[in-house]
Ligand binder design. Structure first.
Ligand SMILES: C[S@@+](CC[C@H](N)C(=O)[O-])C[C@H]1O[C@@H](n2cnc3c(N)ncnc32)[C@H](O)[C@@H]1O
Length: 240
Protein backbone atom coordinates (compact mmCIF):
# COMPACT_ATOMS: atom_id res chain seq x y z
CA UNK A 1 0.00 0.00 0.00
CA UNK A 2 1.33 3.46 -0.86
CA UNK A 3 2.12 6.12 1.70
CA UNK A 4 -0.83 8.24 0.51
CA UNK A 5 -3.18 5.26 0.98
CA UNK A 6 -1.77 4.77 4.49
CA UNK A 7 -2.43 8.41 5.19
CA UNK A 8 -5.98 8.12 3.90
CA UNK A 9 -6.58 5.14 6.20
CA UNK A 10 -5.39 7.18 9.15
CA UNK A 11 -7.57 10.15 8.26
CA UNK A 12 -10.66 8.01 7.75
CA UNK A 13 -10.06 6.19 11.01
CA UNK A 14 -9.51 9.37 12.99
CA UNK A 15 -12.76 10.87 11.62
CA UNK A 16 -15.02 7.83 11.92
CA UNK A 17 -13.29 5.36 14.26
CA UNK A 18 -14.12 2.57 11.83
CA UNK A 19 -11.73 -0.39 11.89
CA UNK A 20 -9.17 0.43 9.14
CA UNK A 21 -9.36 -3.10 7.81
CA UNK A 22 -12.57 -2.02 6.06
CA UNK A 23 -10.94 0.98 4.47
CA UNK A 24 -8.09 -1.29 3.48
CA UNK A 25 -10.68 -3.61 1.91
CA UNK A 26 -12.38 -0.69 0.17
CA UNK A 27 -9.09 0.52 -1.32
CA UNK A 28 -8.26 -3.03 -2.22
CA UNK A 29 -11.56 -3.71 -3.93
CA UNK A 30 -11.55 -0.33 -5.74
CA UNK A 31 -8.06 -0.91 -7.06
CA UNK A 32 -8.86 -4.51 -7.99
CA UNK A 33 -12.30 -3.63 -9.45
CA UNK A 34 -14.14 -6.96 -9.22
CA UNK A 35 -11.05 -8.71 -7.87
CA UNK A 36 -8.96 -11.49 -9.36
CA UNK A 37 -11.15 -14.05 -11.04
CA UNK A 38 -10.16 -17.60 -11.80
CA UNK A 39 -10.77 -19.33 -15.09
CA UNK A 40 -13.93 -20.91 -13.70
CA UNK A 41 -15.26 -17.54 -12.58
CA UNK A 42 -14.76 -18.18 -8.84
CA UNK A 43 -13.25 -15.39 -6.76
CA UNK A 44 -9.68 -16.13 -5.75
CA UNK A 45 -9.66 -17.29 -2.09
CA UNK A 46 -6.93 -14.79 -1.18
CA UNK A 47 -9.22 -11.96 -2.36
CA UNK A 48 -11.99 -13.38 -0.22
CA UNK A 49 -9.68 -13.42 2.79
CA UNK A 50 -8.69 -9.79 2.21
CA UNK A 51 -12.33 -8.77 1.90
CA UNK A 52 -13.54 -10.63 4.97
CA UNK A 53 -10.41 -9.95 7.06
CA UNK A 54 -10.46 -13.60 8.07
CA UNK A 55 -6.79 -14.21 7.46
CA UNK A 56 -4.59 -13.30 10.39
CA UNK A 57 -1.80 -12.31 7.97
CA UNK A 58 -4.10 -9.84 6.21
CA UNK A 59 -5.33 -8.51 9.51
CA UNK A 60 -1.77 -8.05 10.78
CA UNK A 61 -0.67 -6.36 7.55
CA UNK A 62 -3.60 -3.95 7.63
CA UNK A 63 -3.00 -2.97 11.26
CA UNK A 64 0.79 -2.70 10.79
CA UNK A 65 0.17 -0.40 7.84
CA UNK A 66 -2.32 1.62 9.85
CA UNK A 67 0.08 2.10 12.78
CA UNK A 68 3.03 2.86 10.49
CA UNK A 69 1.10 5.78 9.03
CA UNK A 70 -0.06 7.04 12.41
CA UNK A 71 0.87 10.62 13.24
CA UNK A 72 2.61 11.26 16.54
CA UNK A 73 0.25 12.03 19.37
CA UNK A 74 -2.61 10.05 17.82
CA UNK A 75 -4.76 8.50 20.54
CA UNK A 76 -2.17 8.63 23.24
CA UNK A 77 -4.76 9.14 25.95
CA UNK A 78 -6.23 6.27 27.95
CA UNK A 79 -9.95 5.74 27.53
CA UNK A 80 -12.03 7.99 29.76
CA UNK A 81 -14.14 5.09 31.06
CA UNK A 82 -10.99 3.46 32.48
CA UNK A 83 -9.76 6.71 34.06
CA UNK A 84 -13.19 7.44 35.52
CA UNK A 85 -13.51 4.08 37.28
CA UNK A 86 -9.94 3.19 38.20
CA UNK A 87 -10.53 3.93 41.88
CA UNK A 88 -12.92 0.94 42.00
CA UNK A 89 -10.17 -1.46 40.87
CA UNK A 90 -7.45 -2.71 43.24
CA UNK A 91 -3.90 -2.60 41.86
CA UNK A 92 -2.34 -5.80 40.58
CA UNK A 93 -1.46 -7.57 37.35
CA UNK A 94 -3.29 -6.23 34.30
CA UNK A 95 -3.73 -7.73 30.84
CA UNK A 96 -4.48 -5.55 27.82
CA UNK A 97 -5.52 -7.62 24.79
CA UNK A 98 -5.35 -5.76 21.44
CA UNK A 99 -3.45 -3.03 23.28
CA UNK A 100 -2.68 -0.94 20.18
CA UNK A 101 0.04 1.63 20.87
CA UNK A 102 -0.38 1.12 24.60
CA UNK A 103 -2.17 4.20 25.87
CA UNK A 104 -4.20 2.19 28.41
CA UNK A 105 -1.24 -0.05 29.26
CA UNK A 106 1.08 2.89 29.95
CA UNK A 107 -1.58 4.65 31.99
CA UNK A 108 -2.03 1.55 34.17
CA UNK A 109 1.73 1.06 34.53
CA UNK A 110 1.98 4.67 35.76
CA UNK A 111 -0.75 3.90 38.28
CA UNK A 112 1.28 1.00 39.69
CA UNK A 113 -0.13 -2.00 37.81
CA UNK A 114 2.13 -4.72 36.39
CA UNK A 115 1.06 -4.66 32.77
CA UNK A 116 1.10 -7.35 30.09
CA UNK A 117 -0.24 -6.64 26.61
CA UNK A 118 -0.77 -8.34 23.28
CA UNK A 119 -1.52 -7.01 19.83
CA UNK A 120 -1.41 -8.57 16.38
CA UNK A 121 0.57 -5.56 15.09
CA UNK A 122 4.32 -5.62 15.73
CA UNK A 123 4.42 -1.94 14.78
CA UNK A 124 1.93 -1.15 17.54
CA UNK A 125 3.88 -3.22 20.07
CA UNK A 126 7.18 -1.53 19.19
CA UNK A 127 5.52 1.88 19.41
CA UNK A 128 4.03 1.00 22.80
CA UNK A 129 7.38 -0.21 24.17
CA UNK A 130 9.10 2.98 22.96
CA UNK A 131 6.39 5.19 24.46
CA UNK A 132 6.55 3.33 27.78
CA UNK A 133 10.33 3.73 27.90
CA UNK A 134 10.08 7.45 27.13
CA UNK A 135 7.57 7.84 29.92
CA UNK A 136 9.71 5.91 32.38
CA UNK A 137 7.49 2.86 32.88
CA UNK A 138 7.80 -0.76 31.96
CA UNK A 139 5.23 -2.92 30.19
CA UNK A 140 5.55 -6.48 28.94
CA UNK A 141 4.03 -6.64 25.48
CA UNK A 142 4.18 -9.13 22.65
CA UNK A 143 2.89 -9.43 19.11
CA UNK A 144 0.42 -12.26 18.76
CA UNK A 145 -2.92 -13.12 17.22
CA UNK A 146 -5.40 -13.29 20.09
CA UNK A 147 -7.24 -16.11 18.35
CA UNK A 148 -4.09 -18.24 18.63
CA UNK A 149 -2.72 -16.87 21.90
CA UNK A 150 -2.05 -19.26 24.81
CA UNK A 151 -4.05 -17.69 27.62
CA UNK A 152 -2.92 -18.23 31.20
CA UNK A 153 -5.50 -19.13 33.85
CA UNK A 154 -6.15 -17.31 37.14
CA UNK A 155 -3.40 -14.78 36.46
CA UNK A 156 -4.83 -11.29 36.13
CA UNK A 157 -6.42 -8.84 38.57
CA UNK A 158 -7.69 -6.70 35.69
CA UNK A 159 -8.30 -7.10 31.96
CA UNK A 160 -8.98 -4.02 29.84
CA UNK A 161 -10.62 -4.60 26.46
CA UNK A 162 -10.92 -1.42 24.46
CA UNK A 163 -12.32 -1.21 20.92
CA UNK A 164 -11.71 -4.85 20.21
CA UNK A 165 -14.39 -7.47 20.55
CA UNK A 166 -14.65 -11.13 19.74
CA UNK A 167 -17.34 -13.19 21.42
CA UNK A 168 -15.19 -16.32 21.14
CA UNK A 169 -12.48 -14.76 23.33
CA UNK A 170 -14.69 -13.86 26.29
CA UNK A 171 -14.44 -17.31 27.97
CA UNK A 172 -10.63 -17.13 27.62
CA UNK A 173 -10.53 -13.69 29.21
CA UNK A 174 -12.72 -14.91 32.07
CA UNK A 175 -10.49 -17.93 32.69
CA UNK A 176 -7.43 -15.67 32.72
CA UNK A 177 -8.93 -13.57 35.54
CA UNK A 178 -8.32 -14.42 39.17
CA UNK A 179 -11.34 -14.89 41.42
CA UNK A 180 -12.55 -11.43 42.45
CA UNK A 181 -10.71 -9.75 39.56
CA UNK A 182 -12.15 -7.11 37.22
CA UNK A 183 -12.71 -6.86 33.50
CA UNK A 184 -13.41 -3.56 31.81
CA UNK A 185 -14.82 -3.09 28.31
CA UNK A 186 -15.00 0.07 26.24
CA UNK A 187 -16.68 -0.76 22.93
CA UNK A 188 -18.43 0.89 20.03
CA UNK A 189 -22.13 0.06 20.32
CA UNK A 190 -24.13 -1.62 17.60
CA UNK A 191 -27.33 0.43 17.80
CA UNK A 192 -29.07 -1.56 15.07
CA UNK A 193 -29.21 1.60 12.96
CA UNK A 194 -26.92 2.30 10.03
CA UNK A 195 -23.78 4.10 11.08
CA UNK A 196 -20.88 5.52 9.13
CA UNK A 197 -19.37 2.13 8.29
CA UNK A 198 -18.45 1.05 4.80
CA UNK A 199 -19.03 -2.56 5.79
CA UNK A 200 -19.95 -4.43 8.98
CA UNK A 201 -17.42 -3.66 11.70
CA UNK A 202 -15.98 -6.59 13.68
CA UNK A 203 -15.69 -4.49 16.76
CA UNK A 204 -19.27 -3.22 17.01
CA UNK A 205 -21.11 -4.86 19.92
CA UNK A 206 -24.80 -5.01 20.78
CA UNK A 207 -25.52 -4.25 24.43
CA UNK A 208 -27.65 -7.40 24.70
CA UNK A 209 -24.81 -9.57 23.35
CA UNK A 210 -22.28 -8.07 25.73
CA UNK A 211 -24.65 -8.53 28.69
CA UNK A 212 -25.28 -12.15 27.68
CA UNK A 213 -21.55 -12.84 27.28
CA UNK A 214 -20.92 -11.52 30.81
CA UNK A 215 -23.96 -13.00 32.54
CA UNK A 216 -21.87 -15.15 34.91
CA UNK A 217 -19.94 -12.09 36.11
CA UNK A 218 -21.00 -9.52 38.64
CA UNK A 219 -21.68 -6.44 36.53
CA UNK A 220 -20.79 -3.33 38.54
CA UNK A 221 -21.31 -0.72 35.80
CA UNK A 222 -22.98 -1.01 32.42
CA UNK A 223 -23.22 2.33 30.63
CA UNK A 224 -24.38 3.20 27.14
CA UNK A 225 -23.35 6.71 26.17
CA UNK A 226 -22.09 8.95 23.40
CA UNK A 227 -18.36 9.59 23.41
CA UNK A 228 -17.32 12.34 20.96
CA UNK A 229 -20.30 11.51 18.76
CA UNK A 230 -19.79 7.73 18.83
CA UNK A 231 -22.26 5.40 20.54
CA UNK A 232 -20.27 3.36 23.05
CA UNK A 233 -20.67 0.90 25.90
CA UNK A 234 -18.57 0.97 29.05
CA UNK A 235 -18.66 -2.05 31.34
CA UNK A 236 -16.93 -2.87 34.57
CA UNK A 237 -17.52 -6.42 35.81
CA UNK A 238 -16.04 -8.64 38.53
CA UNK A 239 -15.41 -12.37 38.47
CA UNK A 240 -17.27 -13.82 41.46
C1 LIG B 1 -9.52 -0.32 17.15
S1 LIG B 1 -7.90 -0.77 17.63
C2 LIG B 1 -7.98 -0.56 19.38
C3 LIG B 1 -6.63 -0.40 20.00
C4 LIG B 1 -6.64 -0.08 21.49
N1 LIG B 1 -7.20 -1.16 22.28
C5 LIG B 1 -7.40 1.19 21.73
O1 LIG B 1 -8.39 1.19 22.44
O2 LIG B 1 -6.98 2.22 21.19
C6 LIG B 1 -7.98 -2.54 17.49
C7 LIG B 1 -6.67 -3.24 17.83
O3 LIG B 1 -6.86 -4.64 17.72
C8 LIG B 1 -5.67 -5.22 17.21
N2 LIG B 1 -6.05 -6.51 16.66
C9 LIG B 1 -6.88 -6.74 15.62
N3 LIG B 1 -7.04 -8.05 15.43
C10 LIG B 1 -6.27 -8.69 16.37
C11 LIG B 1 -5.99 -10.06 16.67
N4 LIG B 1 -6.53 -11.04 15.99
N5 LIG B 1 -5.16 -10.33 17.70
C12 LIG B 1 -4.57 -9.32 18.42
N6 LIG B 1 -4.81 -8.00 18.16
C13 LIG B 1 -5.64 -7.71 17.16
C14 LIG B 1 -5.21 -4.20 16.18
O4 LIG B 1 -3.86 -4.32 15.84
C15 LIG B 1 -5.52 -2.89 16.91
O5 LIG B 1 -4.42 -2.46 17.67
Amino acid sequence: MSHSEDKLLYLLYSKTRVNPIYYFMLLFSLSAQAGPVRGNGATDPSTYEAITGESADEEKAAWDSFYRSRESGFKNQPVGFLRDHLTMIPKGRAFIPAMGIGQNAIYLAKKGFLVEGVDISEVAIDTAHEAAKKQGVSIKASASDLDQFKYPTDRFDLIVVSQFYRDSLIPKFKAALKKGAYILFYEKRDTGKPQKQVSPDDFLVKSSDLKAALKDLDIRIFQEYRDHGTEVIGVLARKP
